[in-house]
Design a protein around this ligand. Structure first.
Ligand SMILES: [Zn+2]
Length: 366
């Protein structure tokens, strides 16, 4: 038995079949892909955009004036935005945390800004996101129990403030938005459980598990999900933020996760690491120089059905733009194909067998 589930997430911009992987469009674009590719070629139902980046540039007011993020980037399907918390803690220079929020310096020009639980809700409403995230404090790894507890308790207070503010705003809006609080607690199961218990009281539309993939060993990330997930309401979506590698996706799903996102498929594509059904391909390796075969014979994407490994390697070596386009198209397709396979296995009752088979398969990471 596993805790895997398949579901349908209804948003104002379409239905999302879960479990789902959300490609990351940091600057309101998945680097290298047109929204048409994402929708038509890849069948993407939901993507993620970063509040921190879009808040700094071009700014929520401009995006609102342009008709919201969907219209601005010409993306008709669902959008989830993070709260910006993770980037404030990982990207920005000087920052100061208070109980009201966080004051930070832009990584672009050093200007001082502040995020509060209320202001990040407002920014995401200006974007017109379908799913908003609350401001959270995401500690690095490792941190001590006391530090993690303080960050977790602040995250809970911020979540309460964000939810209260969101409820007020929501009454005046014509469209339906959802707001997810984020379970924190670093790598301490007792803090994760305490956080989840507090957040469940908020009766939110869904719940995220944050603070994963911050440098901890992978078994620990999975352990934190196992500590958290049974406390979350079964009727609401669960979102594990910032995970994972291709072979980790089925593991999170097996632990009751419905939604995931990660920059890996697109970032690794640009760096020359391509995920295939037979393991990872480092396209710059000399062995692919005169390889006339497709990147992944089992993949039906445009890249794999049209081009050879030799051509992809040539484009990579020559630093051609088309390399990034074709590589990203394939890697994102690979992730979405994995998720479609997972969903199919769950619905047909064969998920335990699916899990056994993928655990025995070659690792795609290296
Ligand atoms: Zn492909």
């Amino acid at each position: 038995m596993t805790r895997a589930r398949a579901g349908l997430l209804h948003t104002p911009h379409g239905i999302v079949e879960t479990p789902v992987f959300m490609p990351v469009g940091t600057q309101a674009t998945v680097k290298g892909l047109t929204p048409r590719d994402l929708a038509d070629e890849l069948g993407t139902q939901i993507l993620l955009a970063n509040t921190y980046h879009l808040y700094l540039r071009p700014g929520p007011d401009l995006i609102r004036a342009m008709g919201g993020l969907h219209r601005f980037m010409s993306w008709p399907r669902a959008i989830l935005t993070d709260s910006g918390g993770f980037q404030v803690f990982s990207l920005s220079g000087l920052r100061r945390i208070t109980d009201h929020g966080v004051v930070f310096q832009s990584h672009l020009n050093g200007d001082t800004h502040s995020f509060t639980p209320e202001s990040t809700v407002d920014a995401q409403l200006a974007f017109g996101s379908d799913i908003l995230m609350v401001l959270d404090e995401c500690p690095g790894y490792p941190v001590g129990h006391e530090f993690a507890r303080a960050a977790m308790e602040r995250t809970v207070r911020w979540a309460r403030a964000a939810c209260a503010h969101f409820e007020k705003q929501r009454r005046e809006l014509a469209t339906r938005h959802a707001l997810f609080p984020i379970v924190q607690g670093s790598m301490f199961a007792d803090l994760r459980r305490a956080c989840a218990t507090e957040l469940v009281d908020l009766d939110a539309d869904g719940y995220a598990i944050g603070g994963l993939s911050v440098g901890e060993p992978r078994p620990l990330s999975l352990e934190m999900v196992e500590a958290t997930e049974p406390l979350l309401p079964r009727g609401r979506p669960r979102y594990a933020m910032g995970v994972g590698m291709p072979d980790e996706l089925p593991e999170y799903v097996a632990r009751g996760v419905d939604m995931m996102d990660c920059v890996l498929p697109s970032r690794n594509a640009r760096n020359g690491c391509l995920f295939t059904s037979a393991g990872a391909v480092r396209i710059k390796q000399a062995r692919y120089k005169d390889d006339s075969g497709p990147l992944d014979p089992k993949c039906a994407c445009y890249t794999c059905t049209s081009f050879s490994r030799a051509y992809l390697r040539h484009l990579f070596q020559a630093g051609e733009m088309l390399y990034a386009v074709l590589a990203t198209l394939h890697n994102v397709r690979r992730y979405l194909d994995i998720m479609r396979g997972i969903r199919h296995a769950i619905l047909s009752g064969g998920y335990p067998e699916y899990l056994r088979a993928v655990r025995a398969a070659p690792v795609e990471n290296e």
